[in-house]
Design a protein around this ligand. Structure first.
Ligand code: SAH
Length: 214
């Protein structure tokens, strides 16, 4: 059970949507309780900040469902000393969770105005271990590679090949793949030079644009 006592609606969100679905990773649950989703949604969506669904954040994009953020974070198996690359900053909610659980986060977003809003929010929350880039994240961030973890938060046809080149060994990359209506999470693990792929969990994400996107 969770020991902390944050705002009751946030606590209720974590208990009923995440713990109750069987996600028990203590560090992930604590991060979900520490980062208040309400800080990241636009004023018009505040009343729905703890809803069990994605919400619009402008520019036709969405903040992911809380459970999906928790599940993807848990699958990254962060211990605290990792360099993480995130593609699809959006409003910065997932970025904040990663920043609390890893050493440093590099995040790429293709829509400039979303990056500005995310930067302001994350700055206000005092998270200083995040580097931002505006551009096509399907190309990765070659100058800063290798990364211990790579997380995509929009759906691509398959894992973009630059991400494999930029993944450390051992390393984990995770992203949704597939067109609208038939997406699954793909987890790619690199260990001792060997890549393994696992597809699981039907899901629904906005589409990744760019060179290796849709
Ligand atoms: N991580 C966000 C979810 C954002 S939705 C959250 O926690 O709320 C996915 C985001 O990916 C959108 O903001 C979209 O603009 C962005 N995106 C799509 N294609 C991209 C690309 N090629 N490079 C970087 N970002 C991209």
């Amino acid at each position: 059970m969770i020991a902390e006592t944050p705002r009751s609606s946030l606590l209720q969100m974590v208990r009923s949507q995440i713990e109750a679905r069987g996600l028990r990773d203590r560090r992930v649950l604590e991060a979900m309780l520490t980062v208040d989703r309400a800080e990241f949604v636009p004023a018009s969506e505040k009343a729905y900040a703890y809803d069990d669904r994605p919400l619009p954040i402008g520019a036709g994009q969405t903040i992911s469902q809380p459970y999906m953020v928790a599940l993807m974070t848990a699958e990254l198996e962060l211990k605290g000393d990792e360099r993480v690359l995130e593609i699809g900053t959006g409003c910065g909610y997932q970025t904040a969770i990663l920043a609390r659980l890893a050493r440093e986060v590099w995040t790429i977003e293709v829509v400039p105005e979303l990056v500005m809003d995310a930067w302001h929010t994350l700055e206000r929350l005092g998270l200083s271990n995040i580097r931002f880039h505006v551009g096509d994240g399907t190309l990765g961030w070659p100058d800063e590679s290798l990364f211990d973890r790579i997380l995509g938060t929009a759906a691509a046809p398959d894992i973009p090949s630059p991400w494999i080149e930029e993944l450390a060994d051992p390393g984990v990359a995770l992203l949704p793949i597939g067109p609208l209506g038939s997406q699954r999470l793909l987890k790619v693990t690199l260990r001792d030079g060997e890549l393994t792929r696992r597809e699981f969990c039907p899901c629904s994400f906005v589409l990744m644009r760019g060179r290796h996107g849709f």
